[in-house]
Design a protein around this ligand. Structure first.
Ligand SMILES: Cc1cc2nc3c(=O)[nH]c(=O)nc-3n(C[C@H](O)[C@H](O)[C@H](O)COP(=O)(O)OP(=O)(O)OC[C@H]3O[C@@H](n4cnc5c(N)ncnc54)[C@H](O)[C@@H]3O)c2cc1C
Length: 439
């Protein structure tokens, strides 16, 4: 029975595993899904999880539940908690390290799928790694909320005017989808919590969105960025377009033009790069670090190895590669499953062809901007309803869908939860540590 090992349990890896499971009902396959956490993260709702309108746990799907465990006949699918640390292409084995026990384990494969995703990138800018909070993982979302609430708590008792202003200034670097959505959600969060801080003058709370290009939502036509900008500015955000960051320190941000913004909370939504594991394994990557594949996801020059999703540069017919989007990763996973089965049966594989559906960004306060097929733009509350309906449908599993829908309902009736979790205080980027490194 062919053994297929998938490394990475995000959108791409899970879509591949589930499509193989379905196909396995007709022919036996043994599938092993390896991931360094035992859940899959639904990233489109991270900004809401970071600002408390959704409970963070509700956007995690346990991977053991995502797999049915059965691939028909005598085949089976299984989940393996572990970090892939090496691949032996000759012996066809993957070595994994358990994140809790650190035990090493070898897993044999006939076909290997790399679905490693991407990580946030500091883009070589000094201080970014140490002094900013990214928004890529569930821990980032929790840390971010911890930092924002920590800044409000300290500001509430700070007499020094300059220091109080610094604490009440929240800077987001990066005006693409993550930065824009986070800005919208954070504005709504700050407004709903200010009533509990009577000693803070609300007009002093400032949200700054910094973007190095001259528009927001740069991958979409200019009108989308303009709408997002006006929605955020109307609600009081300060937009700095065409301004690039040169360094970050515990007191704030330095800009390339020499200007400085004092802030106790700098959030980083400016850069991502494909997982570096491929490079470590000696797999050929492009100039951005993405694994080079053929149109059918076969890794160039590596028999029995496939790659897809954010870690791969999958060629687009007509030139370029597919964008790092969940919607692409899911479609790629479905085709990859059928290509692997075709390869196992000695049949030809198919190249990936997909025209992305439009993109959309929520802007907080029941506003969104949606790209319609054909390039049209939908805005405002109707767009927000489309955003919610679409993404709720995408949340994996009825369990998670129900929890998210309940969170949204409760968030309409009650203010955002502003309790700080003391458990997070040990985190390197916690408010206390940042405050301490300043002194
Ligand atoms: C805040 C945010 C919002 C987004 N919103 C949208 C949106 O609205 N629409 C959209 O289309 N896209 C969106 N995206 C992009 C989308 O999340 C990615 O394109 C998608 O996650 C790519 O899927 P993937 O499976 O390739 O990678 P991932 O989902 O990142 O999964 C990779 C998995 O591999 C695991 N892994 C990595 N290395 C190893 C290893 N060595 N061993 C074991 N496991 C490993 C990782 O832990 C992870 O679980 C958003 C991204 C972010 C950060």
């Amino acid at each position: 029975m062919p053994r297929i090992v998938i490394v990475g349990g995000g959108f791409a890896g899970v879509a591949t595993a589930q499509a193989l499971e379905r196909a396995g009902r007709r022919e036996p396959i043994a599938i092993t899904l390896v991931n360094r956490q035992n859940f899959m993260l639904f990233t489109p709702m991270l900004p809401e999880a970071a600002t408390g309108s959704i409970e963070a746990r509700h956007i995690l799907q346990p991977l053991r539940a995502a797999l049915s465990g059965d691939t028909g006949l005598s085949g089976a699918s299984s989940f393996e908690l572990g970090e892939a640390v090496g691949v032996d292409l000759e012996r066809r084995t993957v070595s994994t390290r358990h994140p809790l026990t650190h035990e090493l384990k070898l897993i044999e494969y006939d076909e290997l799928v790399l679905a490693l995703g991407a990580t946030d990138s500091a883009m070589g800018i000094p201080g970014v790694e140490k002094f900013t909070v990214p928004l890529k993982t569930i821990a980032d979302a929790e840390t971010l909320r911890d930092r924002v609430i920590g800044a409000l708590e300290v500001a509430a008792r700070t007499k020094d005017v300059l220091e109080r202003d610094r604490l009440l200034r929240f800077v987001i670097v990066g005006g693409n989808f993550t930065g824009v959505e986070l800005a919208g959600e954070l504005q709504a969060f700050l407004r709903s919590t200010m009533r509990y801080y009577p000693s803070i003058d609300r007009t002093k709370v400032e949200l700054v969105l910094l973007e190095s290009s001259d528009k927001l939502l740069g991958h979409l036509p200019a009108k989308f960025g303009k709408y997002a900008a006006s929605a955020l500015v109307k609600r009081g955000a300060r937009l700095l377009l065409g301004r690039a960051v040169s360094a970050v320190d515990p007191c704030g941000v330095e800009l390339k033009d020499g200007a400085r913004i004092e802030s106790a909370t700098v959030m980083w939504a400016a850069g991502e790069e494909p997982s570096s594991l491929a490079k470590q394994l000696g797999i050929k990557t492009n100039e951005h670090g993405a694994i080079e594949t053929a149109g059918d996801f076969a890794v160039v020059g590596m028999p029995h190895v496939w790659a897809l999703g954010d870690c791969a540069a999958v060629p687009r017919p007509g030139g370029g590669t597919y964008a790092p989007l969940a919607q692409n990763a899911i479609r790629e996973g479905k085709l990859l499953a059928s290509n692997i089965r075709a390869r196992l049966r000695g049949k030809p594989t198919k190249n990936f062809r997909y025209q992305e559906l439009g993109q959309m960004a929520s802007l907080g306060d029941r506003r969104a901007v949606v790209e319609l097929p054909g390039g049209g733009m939908l805005t405002g509350t109707l767009a927000w309803m489309v955003w919610r309906t679409y993404y709720l449908a995408q949340v994996p599993g009825w369990n998670q869908k129900t929890r998210v829908a309940l969170d949204w309902t409760l968030a309409m009736a009650f203010p955002a939860d502003m309790a700080r979790m003391p458990l997070l205080d040990r985190n390197a980027t916690s408010f206390e540590n940042m405050h301490a490194s300043r002194r």
